[in-house]
Design a protein around this ligand. Structure first.
Ligand code: SAH
Length: 211
């Protein structure tokens, strides 16, 4: 699975790529993460990616042309590699991301993600360039980079080989305890539920299902 990210802050992904399961997935060549600088697709000396909004209003808006050029060039590469590809734009007004969408994306070969910044992105990107407009929740962030990391974390887990124990890849977790059996918190003794110490696997399974 190849993730292409179009962003004005590609360095934000450096740390993300270097640690934990994501780093291992990259090393094992199960996933590939390419963060592209949107400014590379500008054609003026100032490498302009934003402009004032039509109709007035505060702040700046990301322009369509560099994004369009970036998507076209990445799509061309995907096409020549015969990759199943989708282009997504992050927006707080998009469709809410969930496990079902993650499963759908995990079946692709290539996910191209467009990260907004400032006051957002020229609406023509949502209307005519992106296949999906995705929100990661009902709050407003300052950019699409954290949503891109969130989508990559959820989708990578579902790519075959990424998680060693496949059965845990798309399960929600249940309450977990580890040693010690008893610990003092604010002066009170807090114990691990008795059933988990019982060794009775049937009972433990039921307890977990009923949480
Ligand atoms: N007023 C703008 C908000 C811009 S926030 C609007 O309504 O679209 C700047 C960028 O951060 C957005 O373009 C988007 O890419 C990203 N972003 C902010 N909140 C988000 C959310 N909840 N889900 C996905 N992307 C988000």
């Amino acid at each position: 699975m190849k993730f292409d990210i179009i962003t004005i802050f590609p360095n934000l992904f450096e740390g993300f790529k270097k640690e934990a399961l994501i780093a291992r997935g990259i090393k094992k060549k199960i996933i590939l993460i390419n963060a592209h600088n949107l400014r590379d697709w500008t054609h003026d000396n100032h490498k302009t990616v934003d402009d004032k909004p039509y109709g007035g209003g505060v702040g700046m808006v990301l322009k369509t042309e560099p994004i369009y050029d970036a998507v076209q060039s990445l799509e061309r590469k995907a096409k020549s590699a015969k990759h199943k590809t989708k282009v997504i734009l992050f927006s707080p007004r998009g469709k809410k991301f969930d496990q079902k969408i993650a499963q759908k994306y995990a079946k692709l070969d290539n996910l191209i993600m467009i990260c907004g910044r400032y006051e957002g992105v020229d609406e023509r990107v949502a209307k005519y360039i992106a296949d999906d407009v995705i929100s990661v929740g009902d709050y407003v962030l300052s950019g699409g980079e954290v949503p891109a990391m969130l989508v990559m974390e959820a989708v990578s887990r579902l790519v075959p080989g990424f998680i060693a124990k496949k059965e845990s890849a798309d399960k929600k977790d249940h309450a977990q305890y580890t040693r010690p059996e008893e610990i003092k918190i604010n002066g009170k003794k807090r114990k691990v539920p008795e059933v988990l110490l019982s060794g009775n696997h049937e009972k433990i399974k039921k307890w977990r299902e009923n949480l």
